[in-house]
Ligand binder design. Structure first.
Ligand code: AMP
Ligand code: MG
Length: 486
């Protein structure tokens, strides 16, 4: 373990050239304080945070000061927002503080969100607020605990600086960690501004640091695009299986490494609603839950277009086609596991879909229903104790078919239950629980985040935490709708 000042710092991204970034220092906040640090993540990264001086730590993790070896930059990128190209994007309120290479040779970006204005702020304040920062801090851990590729969050800080949103709120910063913050939009920026040599240099950079196995291939750029389509498909398949709605799938929010990126008005489904729209500002439902796989492909074609000087159009098309089969295969594999199937049978998709349709028709909670299915067996499926989920008359035929199906895979139903409990979370970061936690954090109860991080690191086992964390929302707690304003 190394202290922050001993890490092996680099600035590989800034070395790509000045057209891709601007050198900007964070703008200090008024009286910042550390709300929480993710010790599990710090340990994974080999950073010793526990023995650091608290004041120094607060300074560095909240953007109050920087180390001499850091050289913070705002990244320039563009992108398609709700289908329209916007040439004026870039890090408007975040900075790539520095990069470091860990003892195993992996490179990590330390990116501070909420660090003040940059040349890409477009007149906005460059700040983040506690509300959205707590949500991003928690969901990064939640996604990781569910096995969904994601950026991570190392530290959350608050400050007295007032920030104007719909109301006046307090400023916050979030220290985000990812192997790279390069987005689809980086390539779109270079393409639409005619910097074709730089497109190749940026692709070489990503291949070098993150896909070294492609480096010696003759058609490495086609392989690079294929890799991006594959990792994006894997990520979105996980979203669909775990009911995750991203909310703002603009191409500037798509990571080139297939990590869930830029959390805004995201939500996990409560009631299973295939057309759920979590973003209040998404009037047409472009980013509705069921649209996400198709939008992933749309975004990949926008990326493919930006890479057209490097890759033959037939190869781009082939990768885009393969995306559909990969996402379907991944989705089916993961969903079969959620239903406890260890083998693959022809009727599995139909059986799974009819359960989802029933949940939708009956207004049942997605995660809770599957968890109940994993904690019970054929002899108690008709019990009233099942909290009005499976003991509905509409479920009788489905349960009979399901019972026949699981007999093909298990001799002992306890084995099925155990296997299913390992992939069906007991705890989900539901929107109303996140809201409740935000209020507690705003009231100074930071310990609640210790409990949440422990729960989210392994949401499949029982934890000592408030009992309502494992329950669906009451009807008055449903329907919280969030906008992009964060
Ligand atoms: P997002 O919807 O968070 O992905 O942001 C879209 C663009 O707006 C990005 O270029 C952000 O950096 C920028 N942005 C969002 N909020 C702010 C803010 N408060 N100040 C400056 N730029 C912002
Ligand atoms: Mg963004």
């Amino acid at each position: 373990m190394k202290s922050l000042d001993q890490l092996n710092y680099h600035h590989t991204y800034a070395d790509l050239g000045s057209s891709l970034s601007s050198r900007v220092d964070p703008t200090p906040l008024h009286a910042p304080y550390l709300i929480h640090t993710n010790h599990r993540l710090a340990t994974k990264l080999g950073i010793d945070i526990k023995s650091a001086d608290n004041e120094v730590l607060t300074q560095l993790l909240s953007g109050q000061g920087i180390l001499d070896s850091w050289s913070p930059i705002a990244m320039k990128y563009t992108g398609h927002q709700f289908g329209q190209y916007n040439p004026d994007l870039g890090d408007g309120r975040g900075l790539l503080l520095t990069e470091f290479v860990d003892d195993t040779g992996n490179k990590w970006d330390l990116h501070l969100k909420g660090s003040g204005q940059t040349p890409y702020s477009r007149g906005a304040d460059g700040r983040a607020v506690i509300r959205s920062s707590v949500r991003e801090y928690l969901v990064s851990a939640a996604m990781d605990g569910l096995g969904i590729p994601t950026t991570q969050a190392l530290a959350l800080s608050g400050a007295k600086t007032p920030v104007q949103r719909e109301n006046i709120e307090s400023a916050a910063t979030l220290l985000r960690v990812a192997p790279s913050h390069v987005r689809f939009g980086h390539f779109e920026y270079l393409f639409y501004s005619g910097q074709h040599t730089e497109i190749q240099a940026l692709a070489d950079y990503i291949i070098h640091w993150h896909m070294p196995e492609l480096e010696d291939l003759n058609d490495k750029y086609a392989a690079f695009f294929q890799q991006v389509t594959k990792s994006t498909a894997t990520m979105i398949a996980h979203w669909q299986v775990y009911g995750f709605c991203h909310g703002v799938m603009n191409t500037d929010n798509m990571s080139i490494l297939g990590l869930t990126f830029d959390y805004g008005p995201f939500a996990f489904l409560d009631t299973y609603l295939s057309k759920h729209i979590c973003n209040h500002s998404d009037y047409s439902g472009r980013y509705a839950f069921h649209q996400q796989p198709g939008i992933g492909q749309w975004n990949l074609s926008a990326l493919g277009y930006a890479l057209s000087s490097l890759i033959d159009s037939k190869q781009i098309e082939a990768s885009l086609q393969a995306y559909s089969s990969h996402i379907q295969a991944e989705y089916r594999r993961l969903m079969r596991a959620r239903f406890g199937f260890t083998t693959e049978r022809e009727n599995d998709p139909e059986l799974i879909n009819s359960c989802l349709d029933l949940m939708e028709k009956l207004g049942l909670d997605f995660h809770f229903t599957l968890r109940i299915l994993s904690e019970t067996g054929p002899n108690n499926w008709s019990d009233a104790e099942l909290n009005n989920s499976l003991n509905k008359p509409e479920f009788t035929t489905w349960l009979r078919d399901y019972e026949k199906r699981i007999l093909l895979d298990y001799q002992n139903d306890h084995e099925r239950q155990k296997a299913m409990q390992g992939v069906n979370p007991k705890y989900i970061l539901r929107t109303h629980l996140a809201q409740e936690t935000i209020q507690q954090v705003e009231n100074g109860q930071f310990d609640i985040l210790d409990t949440w991080l422990a729960v989210l690191a392994n949401p499949f086992i029982e934890h000592s935490c408030p009992s309502h964390w494992s329950l669906p929302p009451r009807s008055d707690q449903k329907g919280i709708c969030l906008s992009c304003s964060s």
